[in-house]
Design a protein around this ligand. Structure first.
Ligand code: FES
Ligand SMILES: [Fe+2]
Length: 414
């Protein structure tokens, strides 16, 4: 349970909010690179952390991400002409480059200085792992791009989709680190080996590290402990210990919508047809979308196509087909922003409680001092993977993480 103030502090990410300020210190996925297939092609609307933006690929092939509103009289630059290294507003012809400089101002030929005074908000972008990433924080604090495992493997080793979740980002993140729901919500789905074959864990741990935190569940096996460890990378990434490996990034579109990037990847070989068939057709990790949108076909307007007969039959706990859909149904059903003041948390929610505490502490530390040492600022700290392992019961979590989770060698991001 959180106080109303704490809930606000963790869930709000718009400009000027404490969590928004913290999140803007990290590189944020904005769109797929192939949404901007060619230089001087059509601009694309992007909404990130409550900010309406426009992405475009300029004549040199570089990506710009600027405020959607023209600083003249706020017309949308989505309608702009993308030409000769800049995006030109079609209302009166003002033109901006990817750095946010006004490079042409044809409607005001009288004042030579005016152009120099005009700026549009522009965020630096890089392309990694098939995505365009933006940095929306203070320029002087921009970190290097992190060595995030799935962004450094070749394209053939990686499969990435995205879909909108109609709820706040924290609900989606918490769902990702909620281990006990596997035994219930996803029961009956072939892809859910954890939930079907395992008992509830005996212990839940969450420990902070220099990349974020590790959430571990412990099951006793005689003299040994069987650990399932999931990595959280600041500010909203999860790495999953499946084979092929999985990952999520839950990126706030605004406070009531989240872009869920779903990634599968292999470090050492291309994904096989079988890998992709499993994730698409057997487990439905990647929900099918309404064509031309990021909205799943099964959504809250049609009750996620729940099949009550299937639910009664016992083959599926929910009667909703697919892991991605099941997550959406319950997470969105909590409301756009879950009211955490009325919850009743139990032992199986230990990870959720601890991750909230860690996030609250990080937000507060960052508000007190923007130069505080934040997790994830060293790009090498992201060289980690999630893992399952069996070790002697005496081994501490720190030792286990150093041995199994941290990767010493990882090709640096290009
Ligand atoms: S509103 Fe964009 S140039 Fe006038
Ligand atoms: Fe789930």
């Amino acid at each position: 349970m959180l106080s109303r103030e704490e809930n606000e502090l963790l869930t709000r990410t718009g400009p000027g909010t404490p969590m928004g300020r913290l999140m803007r210190r990290y590189w944020i996925p904005a769109l797929f690179s192939d949404q901007l297939p060619e230089p001087d092609g059509a601009p694309v609307r992007v909404k990130l952390l409550g900010e309406k933006l426009v992405a475009f690929r300029n004549t040199e092939g570089r990506v710009g991400l600027i405020d959607e509103r023209c600083p003249h009289r706020t017309a949308s630059l989505f309608f702009g002409r993308n030409e000769e290294c800049g995006l030109r507003c079609v209302y009166h012809g003002w033109k901006f480059d990817i750095e946010g400089n006004c490079v042409d101002l044809p409607s005001e030929p009288w004042d030579k200085d005016f152009k120099r005074k005009i700026k549009i908000t522009a965020y630096p972008c890089v392309e990694r792992g098939g995505l365009v990433w933006a940095y929306m924080g203070p320029p002087e604090l921009k970190p290097e791009f992190p060595d995030l495992g799935w962004t450094v493997v070749p394209g053939s080793h990686r499969y990435v989709t995205r879909h909108v979740q109609e709820c706040n980002w924290l609900q989606a993140l918490e769902g990702g680190f909620d281990t006990s729901h596997l035994t219930f919500l996803h029961r009956g789905d072939e892809g859910n080996a954890d939930g079907v074959k395992m008992n509830l864990p005996a212990r839940y741990e969450v420990m902070p590290f220099d990349f974020g935190f590790v959430s571990g569940t412990v099951r006793a096996q005689g003299e040994n402990n069987f650990w399932t460890c999931s990595v959280m990378l600041m500010p909203f990434h999860k790495l999953i210990s499946t084979q092929p490996a999985g990952a999520h990034a839950w990126v706030p579109i605004d406070d009531e919508h989240t872009m869920n990037y779903c990634i599968e990847y292999r470090e050492d070989q291309p994904l096989t047809d079988e890998d992709l068939r499993d994730s698409r057709e057997a487990f439905f990790i990647h929900p099918q979308l309404i064509p031309g949108t990021d909205r799943p076909i099964a959504n809250r307007d049609n009750d996620y196509l729940i099949d009550r007969a299937l639910q009664k039959s016992g083959q599926s706990y929910t009667g909703i087909k697919g892991i991605g859909r099941q997550d959406c149904s319950v997470q969105e059903s909590m409301g756009a922003i879950a009211d955490r003041t009325i919850e009743h948390l139990g032992v199986s929610d230990t990870a959720i409680i601890k991750l909230r505490r860690l996030l609250l502490q990080t937000v507060k530390d960052h508000e007190r001092n923007a130069n505080t040492r934040l997790p994830g600022m060293d790009p090498r700290a992201y060289r980690v993977r999630s893992k399952r392992f069996t070790v002697p019961a005496a081994m501490t979590m720190e030792e286990a993480v150093d041995r199994f989770i941290r990767i010493k060698e990882l090709a640096p991001a290009k």
